[in-house]
Ligand binder design. Structure first.
Ligand code: XMP
Length: 507
């Protein structure tokens, strides 16, 4: 049983999926134009139509397969989705003339979607430029805001609902309760657990590899995603070779640590040293996207070479997560932000079939699986580390000298966090080496050193993040340790920007 979310290009669609899963119902996102056959394959119990940047008044506005309504499923339309439903059933939508964006307050809420809401704080998040002018016959408005007389609607038989605001974003204070109400009205079973995810993944992997007969080449990075995947393949008995590429853009002692962690778990691990190749391919390149492309290209080339030696392999398995997929490819109609190399950079003729069992999971869900599979705590709680490694933490050109400086600074910051018991309190911590130098004084000497930035963020899934309020005393000690041990660094700054508007990495 699932909740199928049809995506019409809203930047929040993936958050809807998350919220539904947090409520213990399984959710999948399909393109808005998915056919009824595709939708039915997911055994839907309810459907959510997402928001989107288009206007339902526009010619050729995206719409779901018309046969969706023959399935007689409960449907919740959010923003664009609501306007689509209203229009489809004979109501009228008009442009408001301006874009209503930001906080609003719901008043006079009524009906099953709003059951149990605590009065007082019905703040909701709006982002729309069309509004419902007339309701379809028999439908009724169930909430309004000051600027919006029809902010929520419901069909006569209460199988279809629409809301103009976004219940999935944190700014809608009781949004999760509204989604929970929809699941209840739609009788969606709330039985989605990590055990279910694991069962489903095991059968998917077994099926696709023909019971483990089709050999799998696995890219491991030492992060929780690929380590969990390696462990999953090991435990299920899939014939695999896990390749760890040391691209020379790793943290201090990372290769040894990965080997020491994965080999005892029975993972069939092969390490490849390819530092020189990557560092020379990156020489002279400053543009972040260009760096990612070069690294992606070299990465695939190394894999091809290794696969030829160790192969043949049928699959290339990667621990790609849902946010990587979304942020790289973008959903239909939404913008691409960064081309994460393990998703965007793969050539069409890669020569392997891709096996990415986690591509619909969020990192916290993978961590839960890792716990079930028995991945040691230190790997399970490891901070995310980007595929292109330190290359995207050196602003500007990458040189062996800069890599050395950054590696040492990173090691000081991370080990200090661990020593202070703060490591598990942040989602990710990193250091960024800027090409900017500033004046300082050491003893009686003037020093002209690099500016290094420390960044630590809290986050649930990396898609939005807040800067961590690390204690000043702690930051003070880290800055002192760094400038004492790394003479090339003259100044340490702490990044106090959240995502959005910044991203977690600087490049
Ligand atoms: P941003 O910087 O986009 O990062 O806010 C979100 C999360 O993704 C990681 N990241 C990457 N991971 N390849 C990866 O495998 C990449 O090119 C890449 N860029 C960012 C980042 O470390 C954070 O966890």
């Amino acid at each position: 049983m699932s909740v199928v979310i049809l995506d019409f290009g809203s930047q929040y669609t993936r958050l809807i999926a998350r919220r539904i899963r947090e409520l213990h119902a399984y959710s999948v996102i399909l393109p808005g134009r998915a056919t009824v056959e595709e939708i039915s394959r997911h055994n839907p119990q309810a459907v959510i139509l997402s928001g989107g940047p288009a206007s339902v008044l526009q010619p050729g506005a995206p719409q779901p397969d018309e046969r969706l309504f023959d399935l007689n499923l409960p449907i919740l339309g959010i923003c664009y989705g609501m306007q689509y439903l209203v229009r489809r059933f004979g109501g009228r939508i008009t442009p408001t003339g301006t874009r209503e964006y930001g906080r609003a307050h719901l008043i006079q809420c009524d009906g099953p979607l709003f059951g149990g809401l605590e009065g007082g704080d019905l703040q909701v998040w709006m982002s729309h430029s069309d509004a419902v002018a007339d309701l379809p016959l028999g439908w009724r408005g169930t909430a309004r805001t000051e600027g919006n007389p029809i902010a929520a609607v419901e069909s006569p038989d209460k199988r279809m609902f629409g809301i103009q605001f976004h219940p999935e974003v944190a700014h809608t204070l009781q949004g999760k309760l509204i989604l929970a109400n929809f699941l209840r009205v739609a009788s969606v079973p709330l039985d989605w657990t990590p055990e279910h995810t694991l069962e489903r993944l095991i059968s998917e992997v077994q099926e696709r590899t023909d019971g483990g007969r089709k050999r799998v080449l696995l890219a491991v990075s030492g992060g929780v995603d690929s380590s969990t995947l390696a462990l999953l393949l090991t435990r299920v008995g899939i014939e695999h070779t896990a390749v760890f590429v040391d691209h020379g853009l790793l943290r201090l002692n990372e290769r040894e640590e990965v080997e020491q962690a994965l080999l005892p778990l029975g993972v069939n691990l092969v390490s490849v040293g390819a530092s020189k190749r990557f560092v020379s391919a990156l020489a002279g390149i400053s543009d972040p996207e260009e760096k990612r492309k070069v690294i992606g290209r070299e990465f695939i080339a190394v894999f091809r070479e290794k696969a030829l030696k160790l192969g043949p392999f049928h699959f290339l398995a990667q621990g790609t997560l849902y946010p990587d997929v979304i942020e790289s490819a973008g959903s239909e109609g939404s913008a691409s932000i960064k081309s994460h190399h393990n998703v965007g950079g793969l050539p069409d003729d890669i020569g392997f079939e891709l096996l990415e069992p986690f591509r619909y999971l969020f990192k916290d869900e993978v961590r839960e699986l890792a716990a079930l599979l028995g991945l040691p705590e230190e790997l399970r709680m490891r901070h995310p580390f980007p595929g292109p490694g330190l290359a995207i933490r050196i602003i500007g050109e990458i040189t062996p000298e800069r890599l050395g400086i950054l590696r040492e600074a990173d090691s000081i910051f991370i080990s200090s966090l661990k020593e202070a018991g703060l490591y598990n309190q942040v989602w990710q911590a990193l250091t960024v080496l800027t090409p900017v130098r500033s004046v300082g004084v050491v003893g009686d000497e003037r020093r002209y050193g690099y500016i290094l930035a420390l960044r630590a963020v809290t986050s649930v899934d990396g898609m939005t993040a807040d800067w961590s309020r690390l204690p000043h005393e702690f930051l003070d000690q880290v800055a002192a340790r760094i400038t004492r041990n790394i003479p090339q660094i003259g100044r340490v700054v702490y990044d106090i920007t959240s995502k959005p508007p910044a991203t977690i990495e600087w490049e």
